[in-house]
Write a protein that binds this ligand. Sequence first.
Ligand code: CA
Ligand code: CA
Length: 106
Amino acid sequence: MKLSPTQAPLPDSSIVPMVGQYATAFEPIMICCMGTHGDFNEDGDDGNILDLTHLVDFIFRGSGDSGSCPEETDVNNDGASANILDLTFLVDFIFRGGAALPSCYY
Ligand SMILES: [Ca+2]
Ligand SMILES: [Ca+2]
């Protein structure tokens, strides 16, 4: 399941830790990957034939986009998003019983 990108609320200024001259307020945290990686078409379902079609269109036809969440489109979890290795991983997962989609850790 994928949720829309959200921002964590800014902390109350009374609880922001201060460490010498380098202290700053917390940066908002963007959370975009939920469940497992692989929701290329951002419909909330991870790693299915629609996601594969979306990725093929992006890589080979130059249509669509790579998605708004790089972690979600890094389906093989190697740090690079929406490339041929991710496509291979997704094909193996869907059609060959390959490795499970990596968890987003949320
Ligand atoms: Ca999807
Ligand atoms: Ca990747």
